[in-house]
Design a protein. Structure first.
Length: 382
C-alpha cells in the first residue's frame, strides 16, 4: 500500500521539493558534522530535519545549503563551502537507501520514483567563490545547482539587501558571474540581494532565476523579500520565488521587529570582535528582548497567494529555510508538516494541478529550462 501511494505521488507530482534547507550548517555548528552525534535515521525531537520526518512530509527533494557566513569573506570562505559540500556528500553516502545526489530535473524524478529523497546542493553566499569564475566552475562540477549571490553583506561584485550598496546592483564582474552560471547550468539565486541587484540579474540572465527562500515584500515589508516590480518580470524570465517560512520575513508584524537585525548583528560584532561567546550572548539577549509572533501556515500561504496574483502560479514554490531559522510558524514546525500547506492551498481553492506546480513542478521546470540554456551555450562554444 505504501509503495502504491508513493508511486501515485510521483505520478501526480504532489511530492515536495524544498528550495532551501540549512541542515548541513546545523550539523556542523551543533554536532561537529557527525552523524553519530545526530543520526538522521532517527526521528529526533530537536531541529527541523531527519529522514522519518522527511518521509512524513512527502519530501521528494531538497536543496541542502552549503552555507558560509558573510564574515568569512576573505578568510577561507571557499574552503568552508567545500567542507559543507563534502558534508552533503557524506550524508548521501551514510544513508544511501534514503538519499541520492541529483544534478538535473530528470535525476530528481528518477530518484523520487526509486523511493529516495533527491539531495540537491545550493551554495549560499557568493563570497565563497572568492572573486573567481574558476571557483564557480569547480562548484558546478561538484554538483552545485544554485548559488545565492550574497548573504547578509555586500560582496566585491553584488549588493546585499541588508547592507550598504557598493555597486548599485551588480558590478561588471557580477554580470560575468551570472553569465557563467547560465553557461554551466547553475541557477542564479536572488534571495538576500538588493532590489537593484535583482533587477540587474533579470537583465543579464538568459536562464530562469530563483529566489530560493524569500517572500513577497508587499505582504511583509522586509528588504530580503521580493518587491512587486521584480515579481512582475518573472513570467518573461521564467523564474520563480520559493517562499521562506521564517516568521520575521513572513509575518508583517514580525518583519517590523527584525528589519534592522543585521545592522544590530554588525554592531554586536564590532563591539566584541573575535569573542564569539560574547557575540552569541549579546545576540541572544537582543532576540529575547525582541520576541516575534510566529504566525501560522496561513501567513506563508498569503505570500504564495500574492506571488500567484502578481507573477502567476507558474512562478512560486517552497523554500523553508528549515534548520537555518530559530522559529517556524505554527503548523509548520518541521519538514513533516508540508501537507499543511497543501491543505491550506486546497482550502483556498487551488486545483490539484496548481498545487503540484507549487510543491515541485515549477522548480523542476526551471531546472530543466536552465539546463537547456547551458546545452545551447555548450553547442555554440567555438
Amino acid at each position: 500500500m505504501a509503495e502504491e501511494k508513493e508511486t501515485e505521488s510521483v505520478r501526480r507530482g504532489t511530492f515536495v521539493i524544498d528550495g532551501h534547507n540549512d541542515l548541513p550548517w546545523r550539523l556542523r555548528t551543533e554536532y561537529a558534522s557527525s552523524f553519530e552525534d545526530f543520526d538522521l535515521a532517527e526521528r529526533n525531537e530537536v531541529g527541523h530535519t531527519d529522514i522519518p520526518r522527511l518521509r512524513e512530509g512527502n519530501v521528494g527533494g531538497a536543496f541542502f545549503a552549503a552555507y558560509v557566513p558573510s564574515e568569512y569573506e576573505g578568510q577561507g570562505a571557499m574552503r568552508w563551502a567545500l567542507e559543507q559540500i563534502d558534508l552533503i556528500y557524506r550524508m548521501i553516502a551514510r544513508y544511501p537507501e534514503d538519499f541520492a545526489l541529483a544534478r538535473t530535473a530528470d535525476d530528481v524524478r528518477r530518484i523520487v520514483a526509486s523511493g529516495r529523497v533527491a539531495a540537491l546542493i545550493g551554495v549560499e553566499g557568493g563570497h565563497t567563490i572568492e572573486n573567481s569564475l574558476g571557483s564557480l566552475r569547480i562548484f558546478s562540477r561538484l554538483g552545485v545547482r544554485y548559488m545565492t549571490l550574497t548573504h547578509a553583506n555586500s560582496t566585491d561584485w553584488a549588493d546585499a539587501a541588508t547592507d550598504e550598496p557598493r555597486h548599485g546592483g551588480l558590478s561588471e564582474f557580477g554580470e560575468s558571474v551570472v553569465q557563467e552560471m547560465n553557461r554551466v547550468g547553475m541557477l542564479v539565486d536572488i534571495s538576500h540581494v538588493s532590489a537593484e541587484a535583482m533587477d540587474d540579474v533579470l537583465r543579464v540572465s538568459q536562464a530562469p532565476i530563483i529566489a530560493s527562500h524569500s517572500g513577497a515584500r508587499a505582504v511583509a515589508d522586509h528588504s530580503r523579500n521580493v518587491p512587486d516590480e521584480i515579481l512582475r518580470r518573472l513570467p518573461e524570465n521564467g523564474g520563480m520565488v520559493m517562499v521562506n517560512f521564517y516568521p520575521g520575513f513572513v509575518v508583517p508584524e514580525a518583519a517590523d521587529i527584525v528589519r534592522d537585525m543585521f545592522a544590530v548583528m554588525r554592531e554586536i560584532r564590532a563591539m566584541h570582535g573575535d569573542d564569539d561567546e560574547a557575540v552569541d550572548n549579546a545576540w541572544q539577549e537582543w532576540r529575547e528582548a525582541h520576541p516575534i509572533p510566529r504566525g501560522t501556515v496561513a501567513d506563508v500561504v498569503d505570500h504564495i497567494d500574492h506571488i500567484v496574483e502578481v507573477a502567476g502560479v507558474d512562478h512560486v514554490g517552497l523554500g523553508s529555510d528549515f534548520d537555518g531559522i530559530t522559529v517556524a510558524p505554527e503548523g509548520l514546525e518541521d519538514v513533516s508538516k508540508y501537507p499543511a500547506i497543501t491543505e491550506e492551498l486546497v482550502r483556498r481553492g487551488y486545483s490539484e494541478e496548481d498545487v503540484a506546480k507549487i510543491l515541485s513542478g515549477n522548480i523542476l521546470r526551471v531546472m530543466a529550462e536552465a539546463e537547456e540554456v547551458a546545452l545551447r551555450s555548450e553547442a555554440a562554444a567555438p
